[in-house]
Ligand binder design. Structure first.
Ligand code: UDX
Ligand code: UDX
Length: 431
């Protein structure tokens, strides 16, 4: 099938690469010329395990191409995916301007029947909005349909997730339209659910908000554990064995960051209030999340008798989660900003997000390794649970530091083991 994907961010690029790998002819469009130039040389604009290999292979075999020319993409394809960014506005509402402008351009260039698919995460009702925009702006009376086909991939395992999704959700106006999408996904051999457009849009938001709720729930439990002398890691493990609960997304820590959970939960709250419904559940999920970093920093300050000015901290991990170089809503930025405001000095290291971090952080000494980041510090702070931090030589780490103190925001170590190496160790939700 001829497929066009508009937007080559995380979602668009991985989606395009996946469809090409399944044997389709894919044309990826982005208005960012420098991104397209790099992609034509098979240079990835983002760090994502396995992505470069699959793009390169499909380029060589002629199944994926890159262009800034949306007209070409639209004319050549039957199915057009919209995968542009949908960032939040200040009031939490989703900014749909990129989706709207792409819809107008599709309308302008359509010369035969098209299936326009919303892949970006968009609030319920956006499918209808896109349909109205295309109707108003098409230059020829050609037919089209609008489908919602939300994406559930996670950064850091995006290629794997998109090849092995738990389910495919297709929100289509008719069975006939849904069949075209079914055909596209059939080789994956995974469960597919066909719904109306609005339900598909809600499935995406409800799923993300539910996972965010799980994280805030376990973080609220962690707060109680700290006071009660319980260990939240054991509590989560004990809960997770119940199949109705499951083990995933019960890792207590610094809260959820990234480009999706914070903005999608805010957006669902906005929609809830817009419909005049009670948003208190989502209010609590967001409030708990917003207090994670301030609470953690208060704990650090307490250890230094309320004054961290002149102290040096080694930050391990800058990306919002492991296996990505993405810094959107990363807890590292918030922690560093708070500590700097209080007069602390910061050294930092991340296995892949250093270049991105240099562009947004000031007065930070960027280090060559975790050990280098620990050099002369009063404490090391673990912010991202990269595997390489789990395997550090703690003896060597301690020797570099001025004071052997670790604040572990992701519970990557066993307290007894770290203490055996002579560290003072603070973690989340553990006595
Ligand atoms: C995606 C989804 O689309 C978003 O809805 C979801 O919630 C998170 O993941 P992401 O892939 O991270 O967003 O977006 P981003 O990295 O912003 O990439 C979007 C791309 O679209 C950019 O490369 C941008 O240049 C391109 N774009 C934007 C266009 O080509 N045309 C436009 O009119 C607007
Ligand atoms: C999320 C969804 O998982 C994915 O389905 C959707 O398509 C996009 O949004 P992503 O943001 O890439 O994916 O990462 P995810 O692994 O879900 O982590 C999000 C945040 O939650 C990270 O900051 C992570 O550190 C945090 N998290 C995750 C926890 O604090 N505890 C957990 O148990 C799991």
């Amino acid at each position: 099938m001829n497929v066009c994907v508009i937007g080559t961010g995380y979602v668009g690029l991985v989606t395009g690469a996946t469809f090409a790998d399944l044997g389709n002819e894919v044309i990826c469009v982005d208005k960012d010329e420098s991104k397209i130039e790099r992609l034509k040389r098979a240079e990835m604009p983002i760090y994502e395990p396995g992505l470069e290999e699959i793009v390169r292979r499909n380029m060589e075999e002629g199944r994926i191409s890159f262009t800034t020319d949306i007209a070409e993409g639209v004319k050549r394809s039957l199915v057009i995916f919209i995968a542009v960014g949908t960032p939040p506005k200040d009031n939490g509402e989703t900014d749909l301007s990129q989706v709207e402008s792409v819809a107008k351009e599709i309308a302008y260039h359509m010369d035969s029947y098209k299936i326009v698919v919303n892949k970006s995460t968009v609030p319920v009702g956006t499918g209808d909005l896109v349909r109205r925009i295309i109707e108003q702006h098409r230059r020829r009376q050609v037919d089209f349909d609008v489908v919602s086909n939300p994406e559930f991939l996670k950064e850091g395992s995006a290629v794997y997730d998109s090849m092995h999704p738990d389910r495919i959700v297709i929100g289509a106006p008719s069975q006939h339209v849904a069949m075209a999408l079914l055909e596209l996904y059939a080789p994956l051999e995974v469960p597919m659910l066909i719904t109306d457009v609005e339900s598909a849009e809600m499935i995406k938001y409800a799923s993300n908000a539910f996972l965010a709720t799980k994280i805030s729930f376990i973080n609220a439990i962690a707060n109680i554990c700290e006071k009660a002398g319980a260990d939240v890691m054991l509590v989560a493990k004990g809960m997770g064995y119940d199949k109705r609960i499951g083990h995933e997304f019960l890792q207590a820590g610094l809260g959820f960051g990234g480009s999706c959970f914070p903005k999608d939960t805010l957006s669902l709250r906005h929609v809830t209030r817009k419909f005049g419904e009670d948003s208190s559940l989502l209010d609590a999920v967001l409030a708990i999340n917003e207090d994670r970093v301030p609470r953690f920093v208060r704990r650090i300050e307490q250890r230094f008798a309320g004054d961290v000015s002149g102290k040096t901290f080694g930050i391990l991990g800058l990306a919002f989660k492991p296996n990505t170089d993405d810094l959107r809503e990363a807890k590292s930025l918030e922690i560093i900003r708070l500590l700097q405001e209080k007069g602390a000095r910061i050294r930092a290291y991340d296995p892949v997000a250093m270049e991105n971090a240099k562009a947004v952080l000031e007065n930070v000494t960027f280090s060559k390794s975790a050990y280098d980041a620990a050099e002369g510090t009063d404490a090391v702070i673990i912010v991202t649970d990269w595997n390489e931090f789990k395997l550090l030589n703690l003896e060597k780490l301690r020797e570099k530091m001025r004071q052997p103190i670790i604040f572990d925001g992701r519970n990557i170590y066993q307290p007894e083991r770290v203490r055996k190496y002579g560290f003072e160790y603070f973690s989340i939700g553990r006595p």
